[in-house]
Design a binder for this molecule. Structure first.
Ligand code: GLN
Length: 207
């Protein structure tokens, strides 16, 4: 963390930010701003006792293999299977999927954590245009969100229990299943805290 941690309320939910690779700092800041107590998670034992977990954007293949090498892959799948709330942006969305299309080179591919009944295509927009931003409607928000896409995935299939929260044209770019939330875009790099606020409300049972 590069900035001083602001005071956190005693009852603030403890939300881990998986800190192996990716835009960790931005998620930590967004969580503080949303009233949570963020904690960086770099090892298996730090997964214990969390109220929720954020999987940041970055490179899903790198994060996957670091998780495996650190013995965190199966514990994380088990926590998700037990109902731990989670929020993944971009690479994090890819990893929260049940199934990943274009996961990467065998042996170095992105590995699914099975948090949401969905199929995600990695680097889906990347074949069209690498990075772009636009305002998108988001279910439950009065004003659109500024969605920043960076070599982003999209969702190709969702199961019956999955709610679609946002689309870019025909492509699904934000979803929720129970207490697991995923966006193809990086809400953490804008000043708009509504998506992190939604996740904190999911963690506390207010959404
Ligand atoms: N393309 C990246 C991946 O496959 C995701 C990019 C991002 O998180 N901005 O993981």
């Amino acid at each position: 963390m590069t900035r001083a941690a602001p005071p956190v309320r005693g009852n603030a939910p403890r939300i881990g930010v998986l800190s192996l690779q990716g835009d960790v700092r931005e998620h930590v800041a967004a969580l503080y701003d949303s009233g949570a107590a963020p904690q960086q998670v770099r090892r298996r034992t730090e997964l214990e006792g969390l109220d929720g977990l954020v999987i940041p954007g970055g490179e899903s293949t790198a994060i996957s293999h670091l998780l495996r090498d650190l013995g965190m892959l199966e514990p994380l799948r088990a926590f998700l299977g037990d109902g731990m709330p989670a929020f993944g942006s971009c690479a994090g969305m890819i990893m929260l999927a049940d199934e990943i299309v274009d996961a990467g080179v065998p042996g170095r591919e992105a590995l699914p954590l099975h948090g949401i009944d969905m199929t995600v295509r990695r680097n889906a927009f990347g074949r069209q245009v690498d990075s772009f931003e636009r305002d998108l409607p988001f279910d439950g928000f009065r004003e659109p969100v500024r969605a920043v896409f960076i070599r982003a995935p999209w969702v190709e299939r969702v199961g019956a229990g999955v709610t679609v929260l946002s689309r870019d044209g025909d492509h699904i770019v934000a979803v929720r299943q129970g207490r697991v939330l995923a966006t193809a875009f990086h809400s953490e790099i804008t000043a708009d805290r509504r998506v992190h606020g939604l996740f904190v409300d999911i963690v506390t049972g207010d959404a």
